[in-house]
Design a protein around this ligand. Structure first.
Ligand code: GLP
Length: 239
């Protein structure tokens, strides 16, 4: 595992964007695993800037996102599809048909999970997975549990996750209670994982994830077992 301490959010974003852009430059047909939340917004902003300067070309890139809320349509500003279009895809030369986010309004959610697993098989592996971590250690929407969920699944969100994510909604009742999330196995199969963690409040869970016991009660702890993990963090203190 490679630990990189960033000075602040801006520095963290630029460092992560540098790694992602190197990936795309070295392999224009890269499959990128992408994340939502506050953490990656700065990375996407930086990548857009470099795209505008003609430094990166996304025309051959494929993306797969980690998760989506159940019940939110792509046009809903709180959906993760909307987030990705708004913060990233609308501003770069990516072929939108090569960008994938689980469909949270599928009639049959189990079938949608199967289809997403099939897609992950078809793209033949994620080259680089950008990842954030939740305050309770969740990655994607893999919540603390008695066992690791391997593949894409429907998950009931924990009260603490609903609480943490209510800031994006008008009121807490509007936060969906469930989501579709890529599973731990699919995340772990990415060739390179770039974990970005910002904020003092994430320090303890990051430390626990990276140096505590590997347990499904702290989903991020599984990352210790990945052979190519880069952690870029700005949590006010050295790990
Ligand atoms: C959300 C997302 C995760 C994200 C995490 C942290 O619930 N499903 O993929 O990593 O929470 O979000 P943030 O970066 O806003 O702290």
């Amino acid at each position: 595992m490679k630990l990189i301490k960033a000075n602040d959010y801006n520095d963290l974003s630029r460092k992560a964007a540098n790694i992602l852009s190197a990936q795309v430059i070295l392999k224009p047909r890269s499959v990128l695993g992408l994340a939502t939340g506050s953490s990656p917004i700065g990375v996407y902003k930086q990548l857009i800037e470099w795209y505008q300067k003609n430094d990166i070309d996304f025309s051959e890139v494929t993306t797969v996102n980690l998760d989506e809320y159940v019940g939110l349509a792509p046009e809903n500003p709180q959906s993760y599809r909307y987030f990705m279009n708004h913060h990233f895809f609308n501003h770069i030369n990516i072929d939108k048909t090569k960008t994938h986010v689980p469909n949270g309004i599928a009639d049959d959610l189990e079938k949608e999970c199967e289809a997403y697993n099939h897609l992950l098989d078809e793209v033949d592996g994620i080259d680089m997975q950008l990842l954030g971590i939740g305050l309770n250690g969740h990655i994607g929407f893999n919540e603390p549990d008695g066992e690791f969920e391997k593949l894409t699944h429907v998950v009931n969100l924990n009260a603490s996750t609903i609480e943490a994510n209510k800031r994006f909604f008008e009121k807490i009742e509007d936060v969906p209670k469930s989501a579709i999330s890529m599973g731990i196995k699919s995340i772990m199969q990415a060739k390179h994982i770039v974990l970005i963690v910002s904020g003092q409040e994430k320090y303890d869970i990051l430390k626990q994830s990276l140096f505590g016991p590997v347990t499904p009660h702290v989903p991020g702890s599984i990352l210790q077992l990945h052979s190519h993990l880069t952690v870029i963090y700005s949590c006010g203190r050295e790990l």
